[in-house]
Design a protein around this ligand. Sequence first.
Ligand SMILES: [Zn+2]
Length: 104
Amino acid sequence: MGADETLGAGRGASGPVPPVPGHTDCSEALLRAYEFLDGELAPGDCARIQAHLEECRQCLQQYELDITLKALIKRSCRHEHAPDTLRMTIMSRISMTVTRLEEF
Ligand SMILES: [Zn+2]
């Protein structure tokens, strides 16, 4: 029989797998991230979002941004009032997130 040696050779170690759009629902993960932050998710959903954040760098970055924003908002609420620049930054970040979500 013919030797089929063209396949099988040359496949090196598996590299990092780039996030595939649509494979895991990033939009849902990001939407749920807010509930996840607030601890409002059911344990099952919680694990699902956490698993997604661990394997999806884009969502993880967004999630960390959310954490930072939340901390900023909390801090600025405790102290007097949020500076207008901070509030504008937060609002633009949030609208950026919404825009990105709508692109999916
Ligand atoms: Zn994702």
